[in-house]
Design a protein around this ligand. Structure first.
Ligand SMILES: Nc1ncnc2c1ncn2[C@@H]1O[C@H](COP(=O)(O)OP(=O)(O)OP(=O)(O)O)[C@@H](O)[C@H]1O
Ligand SMILES: [Mg+2]
Length: 265
C-alpha cells in the first residue's frame, strides 16, 4: 500500500481539494483501491463528503457517522486508545471505514482532534500512531487490500501530521503562486526535514494550484512566483544536509512546468 499525505502549513491552498480529487481519480479511473483519511479537525473533507451531489446532507453518511461515534470507532477514539495503551482490541472494520464507493473508502475526522494536543498524556507516543493504525487496516479481514492510503492534513504541524509524515511514501505540497509562496514553501520543506529526520525523508512533490491564468496559461506574474518557488526548492535540495535529495523537474505535460519533485537519491 502506497501512502500519500497532502500538507502545507498555509491554509486554503487546496490540500483537501487535491486529496479528494486524487482519491476519486485513483479509484474511478485507475480502479485502485483507495482509503482516504481526514486528519484535519476543521473537518472540511468530512463535511464535503457528508453532502450529496445536490449539496444536501447525505442521510446514509450521517447515520453511519453517528454510529461510529456512539461505538467509539472514530479516528479520535483510536488515537486516544493508542495514547493510553495501544491499539489491541481496536477493530479497523466497516464501523471505522465508510464506503464511498466499492473501491473508495473514507475515515472521517472529528472536531475532538482540536483539543488532543492539549490533553494527550504522552504526545511523543503519537508519532507512531499512523504506522500502527495502517498495520490494523492492512491486517483487517473486513477491509480490502488497499493500493493507496491518502491523508488530508491540517494547515499546521500536529501530532497526527507528524505521525503521517514519518510513515508516508510521498508528501504532496500544493501552493498558490503568490508573493508569499516561495518563503512559505522553503520554510515548510526545511521544517519537515528537521522534524522527520532521523526517519527517512519521503519523496516531496511541490506543485502550483490555483494559478491565475490568461488564455489558459499562468499569467506572467504567476509564472514568476512559480519560478521563485522552484528556486526555493532547488536551494533546499542543494543544501549539504540534503545531499541525498535531487530535484526532478516535471513538465506536467505543459510547456511551462509548475511542479517540482524532491526525492531521495
Ligand atoms: N484548483 C482549484 N480551482 C478552483 N478552486 C479551488 C481549487 N483548489 C481549491 N479550490 C477552492 O479553494 C478553497 C480552499 O481549498 P481547500 O479547502 O482544498 O484548501 P485547504 O488547503 O485544504 O484549506 P485548509 O488549510 O483550511 O485545510 C475551496 O473553496 C476550494 O473549493
Ligand atoms: Mg483542508
Amino acid at each position: 500500500m502506497k501512502t500519500i499525505a497532502t500538507i502545507n502549513f498555509k491554509g486554503g491552498v487546496g490540500k483537501t481539494t487535491v486529496t479528494w480529487c486524487l482519491g476519486d481519480v485513483l479509484s474511478t479511473y485507475s480502479r485502485s483501491k483507495v482509503i482516504l483519511f481526514d486528519l484535519d479537525a476543521q473537518m472540511s473533507l468530512t463535511q464535503a463528503i457528508a453532502l450529496d451531489a445536490e449539496g444536501n446532507s447525505s442521510g446514509k453518511f450521517a447515520s453511519w457517522y453517528e454510529n461510529a461515534a456512539a461505538h467509539d470507532k472514530t479516528i479520535f477514539s483510536a488515537l486516544r486508545k493508542f495514547l493510553e495503551t495501544d491499539l489491541t482490541g481496536f477493530q479497523a472494520d466497516n464501523g471505522f471505514v465508510f464506503r464511498l464507493a466499492e473501491n473508495y473508502h473514507f475515515v472521517p475526522s472529528t472536531e475532538q482532534l482540536y483539543w488532543l494536543e492539549l490533553e494527550a498524556p504522552d504526545p511523543g507516543k503519537g508519532k507512531f500512531f499512523i504506522k500502527n493504525l495502517l498495520g490494523k487496516v492492512e491486517n483487517s479481514g473486513a477491509l480490502p487490500k488497499y493500493d493507496y492510503a491518502l491523508f488530508d492534513c491540517p494547515p499546521s504541524f500536529t501530532m497526527l501530521s507528524y505521525s503521517v509524515l514519518t510513515s508516508c511514501d510521498l508528501i504532496l505540497i500544493p501552493f498558490n503562486p503568490d508573493f508569499f509562496a516561495a518563503k512559505g514553501v522553503g520554510l515548510l520543506i526545511a521544517g519537515l526535514r528537521h522534524r522527520i529526520q532521523p526517519h527517512p525523508i519521503p519523496k516531496l512533490a511541490v506543485f502550483a494550484n490555483r494559478a491565475r491564468t490568461y488564455g489558459g496559461e499562468p499569467t506572467k506574474l504567476a509564472r514568476a512566483w512559480i519560478s521563485d518557488v522552484r528556486a526555493a526548492c532547488d536551494n533546499v535540495s542543494n543544501q549539504t544536509s540534503w545531499r541525498n535529495l535531487r530535484t526532478l523537474r516535471k513538465r506536467s505535460g505543459k510547456r511551462r512546468g509548475n511542479c517540482c519533485v524532491l526525492r531521495g537519491a
